[in-house]
Unconditional design. Structure first.
Length: 535
């Protein structure tokens, strides 16, 4: 097998793709990693490019794919150094057997015209006889995987330390439960919910603050924020994975570590627009939507079309899994890709009858918003975790500003559970102005209340008592609780408090009206009987 399963590098050469294809068909007992395994030598990161192949019976082979013999001469010294580095790293693993590490340079012409793609591994391995035990094989392959450029450890938000960021002077939150799949953020307009989400996103992803802030933040704000001369910005976010803590630090203007948390997506209130064409420049920044309304989301329809045409098994699996996922979102609406027009069609079925198929632009705004956001999540997490083909196995953190936007109350309540069902290993952090999504909050959800004062700036309080009680509360109570803090929930048109309908539902109202009517009838009958008895 090969890691990652999907070919992830858009800038690779044809010959690299061909070698990848050959290595993806490796027999049992062989393992390969593609594209830059990072070795940390003397506190510095060194990269071994292209491929590393492990064979249980013959050892370890470093493979460099080049375009000409001249390139091979230049590459030779680098490969010798890579061999020595990898040997040192393998020694640290405490292996029970001696591992032979060799290297080879494959030229473009020998790969393409030499017809050696299916046997070249044997050709170069045959001189490296040795035996690797099952335990050592697992240690080596795991080491290569976690040091691969495309490997990002999973994790869930466990702590936040934000300082001198926009309206935040200092926010520290510790001991957030790692088992929590949802963190809800509430607070009044302008109090800093979006600012908090932006700080978390930057702390996780580690994006350059100059890139995001030293320019207008979209048409809605029109303001420019600069941190070049201001106080140091500190964004410290802790995640936990497999019982281990990982700390993502971002201190501006100091540069952060090159390896950041890539399993993240973030979405602002505007999340309907997607790219129309693959030729348009894609946003390679998964958190930009949270900072500007001009950011476009990745178009899942384009990926569906590409996957449906692919001859690769991994792409066909992604196609079928994604179709199933989107159909679940759309209440069973059937989705298909036309072989003729290469367009995606949506066919609604109601009461056993099919409506005429329609295209994405003709769907309701709520459906379009859902497909756009979920599609972007799929594409970005698939790219961050190219070894995964099933959406349910994707891991990461997804941040959503104004979760309730675009959706009917029924969907607002359904959404948290549905997203967790589709992405069971993903943690969601979302702001909301509505109590309805909280009715659908899964077990172990966390509630954060944002406030703002002149003295303290933006502050955050965790509402633990509400987390314990939320499953027994109705919207009226939630609205007047500490979560939303409303003092009055009666209509502004009401002039008679006694006339307010206090029932919990329409059914209750109808029931009590029926009871009142029966009581009134019984009272009237009783009065008539009394009148008759006095005659």
């Amino acid at each position: 097998m090969i890691y990652p399963q999907s070919f992830p590098n858009l800038f690779s050469s044809f010959s690299e793709e061909e070698v990848y294809g050959a290595l993806s068909r490796l027999k049992e007992g062989r393992y390969a990693t593609f594209y830059e395994t990072e070795l940390r030598i003397d506190e510095k990161i060194k990269s071994i490019p292209d491929f590393i192949v492990v064979d249980k019976e013959q050892g370890v082979l470093i493979v460099e794919v080049i375009g000409s013999h001249k390139d091979a001469i230049r590459t030779g010294k680098a490969l010798d150094a890579a061999q020595q580095m990898l040997n040192k790293e393998l020694e640290k693993l405490g292996l029970s057997s001696t591992i032979v590490v060799k290297s080879v340079v494959l030229e473009y012409h020998s790969i393409v015209y030499g017809n050696i793609l299916d046997q070249w591994v044997d050709t170069y391995f045959v001189k490296n006889k040795g035996v690797i035990s099952d335990d050592d094989f697992d240690k080596i392959t795991n080491y290569l995987k976690i040091n691969n450029k495309y490997y990002t450890p999973s994790g869930k938000l466990q702590g936040i330390n934000l300082q001198n960021f926009k309206g935040i002077k200092k926010i520290i939150l510790n001991h957030l439960p790692a088992e929590s799949s949802w963190i809800f953020v509430t607070g009044e307009n302008g109090f800093g919910k979006t600012c908090l989400l932006q700080g978390i996103a930057l702390g996780l992803y580690g994006e350059d603050l100059n890139h995001l802030f030293n320019k207008p933040m979209g048409a809605s704000s029109g303001s420019t924020l600069s941190y070049g001369e201001g106080p140091k910005v500190k964004l410290n976010v802790r995640t936990r994975a497999f019982g281990k803590k990982a700390i993502n630090n971002y201190n501006y203007p100091k540069a952060r570590d090159a390896r950041n948390f890539r399993n993240i997506c973030a979405y602002g209130a505007s999340r309907l627009e997607t790219y129309d064409d693959h030729n348009l420049k894609k946003e390679d920044n998964p958190i930009l939507s949270l900072f500007t309304t001009k950011s476009l989301l990745r178009n899942i329809e384009l990926n569906l079309i590409l996957w449906s045409d692919s001859h690769l098994d991994v792409d066909l699996k992604k196609y079928h899994y994604t179709i199933q996922l989107l159909e679940k979102i759309l209440n069973g609406m059937e989705i298909s890709v036309s072989n003729t027009s290469k367009r995606v069609w949506y066919k609604e079925k109601r009461e056993g009858m099919y409506f005429e198929p329609i295209i994405f632009d003709h769907l309701a705004a709520g459906y379009r918003s859902m497909i756009a956001m979920v599609g972007d999540i799929l594409i970005r997490l698939f790219e961050a975790q190219p070894d995964i083909v099933e959406p349910a196995k994707l891991e990461g953190i997804v941040i959503i500003d104004e979760l309730d936007l675009h959706w009917h109350p029924k969907w607002q309540k359904k959404l948290p559970g549905l997203l967790s069902e589709l992405f069971p290993l993903v943690q969601f952090i979302a702001s909301t102005h509505s109590p309805i999504p909280l009715l659908g909050a899964p077990e172990d959800s966390v509630f954060l209340k944002v406030n703002r004062t002149v003295e303290e700036g933006i502050t955050v309080k965790r509402l633990k008592s509400m987390e314990e009680r939320i499953k027994n509360l109705l919207p009226n109570y939630i609205l007047t609780s500490a979560i939303f803090g409303m003092d009055d929930i009666k209509s502004v048109m009401n002039t008679d408090v006694k006339a307010i309908n206090m029932e919990d539902s329409v059914d209750d109202e109808l029931f009590y009206k029926m009871v009142d009517k029966k009581l009134e009838t019984l009272f009237l009958d009783d009065k008539l009987e009394q009148d008759d008895s006095h005659k």
